[in-house]
Write a protein that binds this ligand. Structure first.
Ligand code: GLC
Ligand code: CA
Length: 562
């Protein structure tokens, strides 16, 4: 296995809007991120991934970009970005930026031109089709509800939008579009960025014929996935991008790849390095979905979770590289989802157990802001408390069609809405959590009184310090980065346990991911050893152990030198 800095790194995702407001307008900004660099340095992360801060109407919080080379004024100016990069680099922290090139905002000058006339030079920058029988070109539904096509009166044709109708999809078949994207990427590389997180990059190549898709369950629309996800030319495009830009720098590149399979990942993120360095898969996040997409209160089944994550560990070994994550700006908080946030004790204990379980695996771990504090889902009372376009559209579609009762849908939003990840970072226990002096753009969780960075920094056994130690361990032990993986006790419904092996060392990881006691048989070579890390401070590793609720530990065994 080849060694690489990005395999040894831990990444921290910042959602600038919700991280730190520096000027009292209620919206987080780039100077706010810069001000908090010492906090991230103390945590010990190697890389910051910044969600979009580009010029944007902000209808999908910046994932709708109208100028790729400018900063949205509410986030600051280019000088603020340059200062952030310089100060991060001075602290040894790299900066990865979000690349959103499956689509632009409808306000992007390319699209403003494109929609003007059928023979505009920018027409082919986007995907236009004639309607069929007075309706859209095919039955595809968008990821944000409704049809994936929108009729544009000016020219009488429809444009494709796999997300919101304000996010027209770029036409990657057009070499001029690809050239624009590569030039823009190069521009950011020359500004000093250390990599890209590539938004829905698995969707950039569309099957040109665009036939109807199979009916989406619980929807009147069809799925575009067979013709869009991992489309016919996606690998060709990424190899081209790699030749034109990526290979000229030393970058971390992570593709957000919905619909990713192990086999596909071995192409996107192969060890040969012809495309990206790694990819995000979604299989483990999809395990608690329902009849209508993700809208459900269902809990993940631990055996399924173990099977899924282990399949990725085995499948990519020596062939590609895993990205490890529980949280991001699109997912509810893991402690409210897989853990137990009902009491302070279970909240901290379960957050630590989940962190340990993920961070001891092979791959590059990603921490989403606030995860290191065990921040919980938001405190959303009514529909007015939500901001996210996906949530609001889904509410309208599913309750409007009578498929779900408003109260039922609200309960799903409270549990699964992307806004759960987007409530402001809880820096301290004051009324506005140290996030802003003004009115925050989305409600702050009142539990900031108990759950906040200031309190946890001062308390050695906090979740913050647990994450800090997990990161330090990864930096200290190659086995955590490069060791092979083997799942133990696949049938156990409470414990997630596995073995890592590397150059004569063995690392045993045992995590009780339940609130009940769980018996475990520990091999003699590990018994009596002091754990590297554990969620209880008095864990004694012994043969017939009974793990307490959310008790988890990692224990290392080194073979005696020959
Ligand atoms: C990705 C982003 C998400 C965004 C969508 C459209 O899934 O993570 O936040 O809404 O793409 O850009
Ligand atoms: Ca601000």
């Amino acid at each position: 296995m080849k060694k690489a800095w990005w395999k040894e790194a831990v990444v921290y995702q910042v959602y600038p809007r919700s991280f730190q407001d520096s000027n009292g307008d209620g919206v987080g900004d780039l100077p706010g991120v810069t001000a908090r660099l010492p906090y991230l340095q103390q945590l010990g992360v190697d890389v910051i991934w910044l969600s979009p801060f580009y010029r944007s109407p902000g209808r999908d919080n910046g994932y709708d970009i109208s100028d790729y080379r400018a900063i949205q004024p509410e986030f600051g100016a280019l000088e603020d970005f340059d200062r952030l990069v310089a100060q991060a680099h001075a602290l040894g922290i790299k900066i990865v930026i979000d690349l959103v090139v499956n689509h632009t905002s409808q306000e992007h000058p390319w699209f403003r031109e494109s929609r003007k006339s059928r023979d505009n030079p920018y027409r082919d920058y986007y995907i236009w089709r004639d309607g069929v029988n007075g309706g859209p070109p095919n039955n595809w539904g968008s990821n944000f509800s409704g049809s994936a096509w929108k009729l544009d009166e000016a020219t009488g044709q429809y444009y494709l939008h796999t997300f919101g109708d304000f996010q027209p999809d770029l036409n990657w078949e057009n070499p001029a579009v690809r050239r624009e994207v590569y030039d823009m990427m190069d521009w950011w590389c020359r500004r000093g960025v250390d990599g890209f997180r590539m938004d829905v990059i698995s969707m950039i190549s569309k099957t040109p014929e665009m036939p109807d898709g199979p009916r989406n369950p619980g929807s009147s629309y069809g799925s575009f996935a067979p013709y869009v996800v991992n489309g016919p030319r996606v690998h060709e495009f990424l190899r081209e991008m790699n030749r034109e830009v990526l290979s000229r720098y030393d970058l971390l590149t992570v593709g957000e790849c919905s619909g990713l399979t192990v086999e596909q990942a071995c192409r996107y993120a192969s060890e040969e390095g012809t495309e990206l360095t790694m990819a995000f898969q979604f299989e483990h996040m999809d395990l608690d979905g329902g009849e209508s997409f993700k809208w459900s209160l269902r809990r993940m089944d631990l055996r399924e979770l173990k099977e899924t994550l282990s399949r990725w560990q085995y499948g990519l070994e020596g062939r590609a590289w895993n990205s490890l994550y529980w949280c991001n700006h699109d997912q509810p908080r893991i402690v409210s989802r897989l853990g137990d946030d009902s009491t302070p004790e279970s909240r901290e204990r379960s957050a630590k157990a989940l962190a340990l379980c993920l961070h001891m695996m092979q791959g590059t771990p990603y921490i989403y802001q606030g995860e290191e504090l065990a921040m919980t889902n938001g405190d959303f009372r009514s529909l007015e408390d939500f901001r996210d376009v996906e949530s609001l559209n889904a509410y309208r579609e599913l309750t409007g069609s009578g498929r779900l009762e408003p109260e039922e849908m609200l309960s799903y939003l409270r549990y699964k809405s992307r806004d759960n990840a987007r409530t402001p970072m809880q820096w301290d226990g004051s009324e506005r959590a140290g996030f802003t002096q003004g009115t925050p753009w989305i409600g702050i969780n009142p539990n900031c009184r108990e759950i906040n960075a200031a309190e946890q920094l001062a308390r050695p056994d906090s979740v913050f310090h647990f994450y800090r130690r997990l990161i330090a361990l990864r930096h200290a032990h190659e086995i955590i980065v490069y060791g092979s993986y083997q799942l133990l006790w696949p049938e156990d419904g409470q414990i997630f346990a596995y073995l890592r092996q590397w150059e004569g060392q063995r690392l045993l990881v045992v995590c009780n991911l339940s609130g009940q006691c769980a018996p475990a048989e520990i091999g003699p070579e590990f018994c009596g050893r002091e754990p590297l890390i554990a969620t209880y401070d008095d864990t004694a590793v012994g043969p017939g152990m009974t793990l307490r609720p959310w008790e988890a530990f990692a224990v290392l065994q080194e073979e005696a030198a020959q």
